[in-house]
Ligand binder design. Structure first.
Ligand code: TXA
Ligand code: MG
Length: 317
């Protein structure tokens, strides 16, 4: 069947060349990753990076993650250390982002890193984006493909809903495998987690053979994107609710509540992976159904549940 959306493309040889041509000429392309869909542009080009901030209406003080194919591509841009090497070896490509010190003579444009002395880098694990990263000679600055503070897209149609026809090319690879953004770990100073994700603090601690904790958001401003309202469907949210509400949507987890019309279950079988994959879909569905309030039942705060609760908490701000 032919796609009715003229800017959604499946990857074939022709479309791969087209995506590469766009990226080389400073245009933006939406690409799938294993976490969420991202809005990609040449990280070495001020023109491309400016377009990213402008289309997303993103505050200029919120830096972008720079995406690479593999470790051999990063030496000009960042200063690596032992901890990075250990984590890279075990976890990459994969859903983890590393904050490292930026090299003085890097080509990464200052705007991409919000003029910080650090850069966040990531090696996404998705066949399509890896093929593209391998075919170009520059890394890609890629935030999630949504307007600033909104919900990250987990399929191509989410992107169309958000930007209508503003974007020339969205490469479709079905539903994002994980559905939540990557874990962000700061390796520049004290090792700490700035944003929880699929890769847990326990996994990181094991690999580094030391305890690694979450950054205290009240005392540090290390991940600017984590500061304000974020990941938000734009509807008031109340967490840790025990009763089915009568005046809003109810997001639940597990089989404790029987299905009523206003119940949206993240995972009937209490599977946190499934819940992560469904969270943003459910946010968007509730928004489409025009609910005015969202209530959320308690979700176990362990493993991927930590990342799920983190996103709901930010959305509730
Ligand atoms: O899974 C992901 O990471 C997705 C996919 C598309 O790769 N990308 C993503 O990008 O979530 P974005 O822009 O939506 O979130 C990037 C986060 C923000 O919280 C930002 O503040 C933080 O990374 N960040 C970027 N550079 C940083 C830096 N130098 N120091 C601290 N935090 C940084
Ligand atoms: Mg984002």
């Amino acid at each position: 069947m032919k796609n009715i959306y003229s800017n959604i493309f499946k990857l074939n040889k022709k479309n791969l060349s087209k995506a590469i041509r766009y990226l080389k000429s400073n245009s933006l392309v939406v690409l799938p990753t294993e976490t969420v869909y991202g809005l990609a542009g040449n990280a070495y080009s001020k023109k491309s990076v400016q377009k990213i901030y402008s289309i997303k209406k993103r505050p200029k003080l919120n830096p972008l993650i720079v995406h690479y194919h593999s470790i051999k591509d990063i030496y000009k841009d960042v200063i690596i250390n032992q901890e990075f090497l250990k984590l890279y070896k075990e976890l990459c490509p994969g859903p983890i982002t590393f904050v490292l010190k930026k090299k003085k003579n890097t080509n990464i444009c200052d705007l991409a890193t919000a003029n910080l002395k650090t850069v966040a880098i990531r090696f996404p694990n998705n066949k399509i984006i890896r093929k593209i990263l391998k075919s170009i000679k520059f890394p890609l600055a890629i935030p999630s493909a949504n307007k600033s503070s909104g919900v990250s897209p987990v399929d191509a149609l989410d992107v169309v809903d958000e930007f209508k026809k503003k974007l020339k090319m969205i490469i479709d690879d079905g539903r994002s495998e994980i559905g939540l953004e990557s874990t962000v770990v700061d390796l520049t100073n004290k090792t700490q987690i700035l944003r929880p994700g699929k890769i847990s603090e326990i996994q990181i601690s094991k690999i580094l053979k030391k305890d690694v904790f979450f950054a205290n958001k009240n005392t540090t401003i290390r991940s600017p994107g984590n500061l304000k309202k974020h990941y938000s469907p734009g509807i008031p949210i109340k967490m840790n609710q025990k009763k089915i509400p009568f005046d809003g949507a109810f997001i639940v987890f597990g089989n404790k509540f029987k299905s009523t019309q206003n119940i949206f279950n993240l995972s009937k079988k209490s599977d946190l992976n499934e819940a992560a994959k469904n969270l943003y879909k459910i946010f968007n569905l509730i928004k489409k159904l025009k609910y005015k309030k969202i209530y959320v039942a308690k979700i176990p705060n362990k493993g991927l549940g930590i990342a799920i609760n983190d996103r709901i908490k930010h959305a509730a701000n």
